[in-house]
Design a protein around this ligand. Structure first.
Ligand code: GDP
Length: 445
């Protein structure tokens, strides 16, 4: 994800760090380089201009002069400005109100709409809600079929009314069905063609005019850059989306598209699709996304930054652990518990090199932590100390004992395996993943 931008930023950051003091000329030279990097990475020139101007204003002002390490301060300012462009704060999904709450996904065909709808349904179901999925693509049976298969595979209820001839009729029929069955939400997939077609947009407009939708989310293919911005503008004329979902962020190698899209539409991004699998939909955290874009994914950068905030007592514990040749599931559990703000665990994962990161599905939320805890507690002390002995019959027993599934157990063991790899890597460099953060990246932001 974002390889190009990340690589280029890392060159700039190296230069920034190597300077004790930054003159105004230094800052100018760095900003010139920054401008080039952003433009080459598909960020729209107007977005680049504004961003660079804001960083300059702050960088040559008081903030830098007063800071101990000016280079770092510039990086921090840049991170802060990118975070702001990306929306600043998390924008949550609106799911309150009278049941069924209606959430409609719109976008071009191929943008990732149907896949995203499946992911969203699974996410909401995991939150304890009861969602129903429908497709209003009355002209394309294949579209309905795709959604129905996706739902079947993910144990999501799918509803179709062959008698409904228009999207409006389809939604009205689904609302009646939903009231009978007490669904909390209806997730509505809509028709999307390769290009924006007026007829389809007019159908959407009819729905928007007559039905009260809680969210209209425009799904954009993050890899299409400026094209996505144009798509957003077309949709805006007909339906006014309440937010965006950026799909395929994982395949955006250049990295600038996300910045450009968010800056130019100005709409809040609710989620980011980071893979084809049903669990690969993340809440869009502007701060974490800014870190990824800037390549805070560099493990050593992370360590350098957050190491400053380790308190002495913790340091002793870490040193003791580092003395151990191996870590086991007990250590893993302890660490999970310690990272109370589970977001920071995600963030740490997001900062790992891609090869380590892949395969780690995110542990987010209190519920998942409890599940992990239950699984580890259902293991024997031998199994916890030496997870490699957990064969399939043991996995079955652990799943039964913890009230989870074998897939949950497998997922946890995979997560531990990846964590173990990270541990070894860090052990080699004499650094530890068990770190306490003070603010993000060690700055009090
Ligand atoms: P729709 O026509 O808008 O409904 O798009 P689909 O949901 O059929 O998705 C089009 C293609 O994009 C499919 O091959 C999906 O697997 C893929 N896709 C969707 N979301 C993501 C994502 O977040 N990451 C990746 N890598 N692929 C995605």
């Amino acid at each position: 994800m974002f390889e190009q931008l990340v690589n280029k930023f890392s060159g700039i950051f190296k230069k920034l760090r190597s300077k004790g003091k930054l003159s105004e000329q230094d800052v100018d030279a760095i900003l010139k380089e920054l401008r080039m990097v952003l433009l080459e990475s598909d960020v729209h020139y107007r977005v680049v201009k504004d961003l660079v101007a804001r960083v300059k204003e702050r960088a040559v002002g008081k903030e830098v002069l007063e800071s101990v390490t000016p280079g770092e301060m510039v990086i921090k300012i840049l991170w802060d400005e990118i975070r702001k462009i990306l929306g600043g704060e998390v924008s949550s999904l609106e799911i309150g109100g009278t049941m069924p709450v209606l959430i409609m996904l719109v976008g071009l065909q191929g943008s990732g709409k149907t896949t995203t709808l499946g992911k969203l349904a699974v996410r909401l179901k995991n939150q304890g809600l009861f969602p129903l999925a429908i497709s209003t693509d009355t002209r394309r049976p294949a579209a309905k079929e795709q959604l129905s298969v996706l739902c079947r595979n993910s144990q999501i209820d799918f509803y179709d009314d062959p008698k409904a001839l228009t999207p409006l009729e389809m939604i009205q029929s689904a609302i009646r069905h939903s009231r009978e069955k007490s669904y909390d939400l209806i997730l509505i997939d809509t028709a999307g063609r390769l290009h924006v077609e007026e007829e389809l947009l007019a159908e959407l407009k009819e729905v928007v005019d007559k039905i009260s939708l809680k969210e209209i989310l425009l799904v954009l293919d993050a890899t299409t850059g400026q094209e996505a911005v144009k798509v957003a503008q077309s949709f805006k004329q007909w339906v006014n989306p309440t937010g965006l979902i950026l799909a395929k962020v994982d395949t955006d190698a250049r990295g600038g598209a996300v910045l450009s899209i968010v800056a130019q539409t100005g709409w809040p991004v609710k989620f980011a699709g980071v893979g084809e699998k049903v669990d690969q939909l993340e809440v869009f955290h502007p701060d974490r996304m800014a870190s990824r874009i800037m390549g805070m994914g560099d493990t050593l950068t992370l360590i350098e930054k957050i190491e400053r905030s380790i308190d002495e007592e913790e340091k002793k514990k870490i040193e003791k652990k580092l003395g151990k040749k191996e870590i086991d599931l007990n250590d893993f559990m302890e660490e999970l518990k310690r990272v109370k703000d589970l977001g920071s665990f995600d963030e740490i994962m997001g900062m790992l090199p891609g090869n380590l990161r892949s395969g780690i599905s995110q542990i987010d939320g209190e519920k998942n932590l409890k599940r992990v805890q239950a699984i580890i507690q259902s293991m024997t002390p031998d199994e916890r100390a030496n997870p490699s002995i957990i064969n399939s019959s043991r996995r079955r027993r652990v799943a039964q004992g913890s009230g989870t599934t074998i897939q949950d157990v497998n997922r946890l063991l995979k997560q531990f395996e990846n964590f173990h790899k990270l541990w070894k890597q860090m052990n080699r460099t004499g650094k530890s993943p068990f770190l306490k953060r003070k603010g993000r990246f060690g700055w009090n932001t």
